[in-house]
Design a protein around this ligand. Sequence first.
Ligand code: PLP
Ligand code: SF4
Length: 341
Amino acid sequence: MSYLPKVPDTAGWVPKDWQKDMQKAFRRLEPLLDFLHLNPKDAPYALALDTAFPILVSESFASAMRKGDWLDPLLLQIVPLAAEKNSSAGFNDDAVGDLPAQIIPGLLHKYASRALLMVSPHCAIHCRYCFRREFPYADLPHSQKAWEPAWEYLRRDKSINEIVFSGGDPLFLDNRQVQSLLDTAMAIPNIQTLRFHTRLPIVLPSRMDVQLLELFKAAASVKSLIIVIHANHANEINTQVARALGELRSNGALLLNQTVLLKGVNDHADTLIALSHRLIQQGVLPYYLHQLDRVTGTAHFEVAEKRGLEIIEEMRAKLPGYLIPKYVREEAGQAYKSPLY
Ligand SMILES: *Cc1c(COP(=O)(O)O)cnc(C)c1O
Ligand code: SF4
């Protein structure tokens, strides 16, 4: 008897070429609005047509949006608004203190026992509320040689037993690069757990191709493999996504989800309850519900903490404990993500 739901039938899982899928992503607003049957003249909010953080959304994610609905919770995550240009007190470019925590280029060591490597500057989607939207990615190491000091740090500091691969999105690297990361990490005796923070299973399920799954399977037979996905709304988990998650699980990964609490997207208990249910159907446990990081240009997404606490209270009244994410806020300089209840 398995205590997890049945893995969906993935016989014949042959994802197409993910890099080709990426080429087809929407990089301009007009074709996306066309695809969604929306006329910019009818927009209920002021759009921003020129932003330094350009629009980017995969076809797969866009096809899970409701046609003709300006308030679709997936659309609201990626549509650039004029409101991003408003400056707000308390919002700045490095809200979570990543820059002082970057003690070696590409490596953040903020918390005891685990360190985070920013291995890719790229994502398959540009979330408008991104906590690293202002991060100076251009300064990250660009060659194997440039990464060596970070690896050396991980080999030397025996208190670190877990590596978190992040970015950007670490699975935006190609399979050869992922293999090189895994090989290097697995050769470090003090590292017990390999963790990926990635939105690609949600945004570009075709990235979970057969070669990548084989790499994960091999890694999971030697170390603990944890994949933390990022979904904010149940609608993000379409059939393809569900199959990709099933493949990750059956190849040995433990799956967790993190969500950002976002105004207009998921700031209702019913919405987050539906998400928790949808996740567990695919064998994914809710991990964190993040209070928005106060990064420049994201103030219009902020939900008051008081409201967040009400939502959690309502979830508690209706769900088993394992379906309730930890509601946390990241504070620069703190030893862990601060629990809000
Ligand atoms: C969030 C984060 C982690 C992981 O923290 P957990 O509480 O273990 O999930 C690690 N390093 C950095 C820099 C982080 O921001
Ligand atoms: S997937 Fe994550 S890192 Fe990439 S844009 Fe979205 S929030 Fe930022």
